[in-house]
Design a protein around this ligand. Structure first.
Ligand SMILES: [Zn+2]
Length: 70
């Protein structure tokens, strides 16, 4: 059984602020608002959630191989 990382550091592409966030284990988080510059982050094309695009860990569903988010 693999260890699932449930928190990740997400980095805002607009201002570079890094924020430690808890990731939902059963869903993908599609939006993230930067607490510093209020930029609204969305997943990059081909990614299922903002963590996959901007954080240092992919989302839990992807870690476990759950296919709900591709
Ligand atoms: Zn920002």
């Amino acid at each position: 059984m693999a260890t699932v990382v449930t928190s990740a550091t997400i980095m805002c592409p607009e201002c570079g602020t890094q924020t430690r966030e808890q990731m939902p284990t059963d869903a993908c988080q599609f939006f993230f608002t930067c607490p510093s510059c209020a930029a609204r982050l969305r997943p990059l094309p081909g990614d299922c959630c903002v963590f996959c695009s901007y954080a240092d860990a992919v989302c839990p569903p992807k870690q476990t191989g759950d296919s709900v988010c591709g």
